[in-house]
Design a protein around this ligand. Sequence first.
Ligand SMILES: [Zn+2]
Length: 177
Amino acid sequence: MIVGYHFIKVPDEKLCISLLKEIKEKHGIVCRRCDSSEYYWKQDKMVFECKECRLRTSLKVGTIMNRSRLPIHFWVVAVNCIISGSFKLTIKDIQRKLEHNRYEPILEMCNTIKMQLERLKPERKSGTSLISFNEMPLSEQHFFTWAECQNESHKKIDQKLIILYLEWLSKSPQIYY
Ligand SMILES: [Zn+2]
């Protein structure tokens, strides 16, 4: 599989927040304390607040970004760098691209992403060659998304890939059994 190299421009944090919010709303917001699905969105705090019990849930809860202090757009860029050319880019390169002054949080984030990529790798049983887009490994989803909109503007490709990565990032961490 040839991966379509495409390095996205570092996106705006506000854009990533609103896209991730949309993704989470599409999948449904359910309060983890009282199971209510009625909520308010608190723009100033970037949290969902349960209408029933007022429990606040940050956007990162239930995703692999949970407890990370790094902004969401860092994760988007890191996924893009790892998928597009992990053998070319070092953690230092990614850190430089993100203009972050500390190495350790970037290393930790990249390790979390790599671990999740391994864990979410679909098992292909022989004889079942046709799988849906959602079942493909992220690198293949990246390739098809990129190939599909190759003739479009850089900005449009970026937007599609950002949504793809955020969908992937919003999945909860998988656990080995
Ligand atoms: Zn609640």
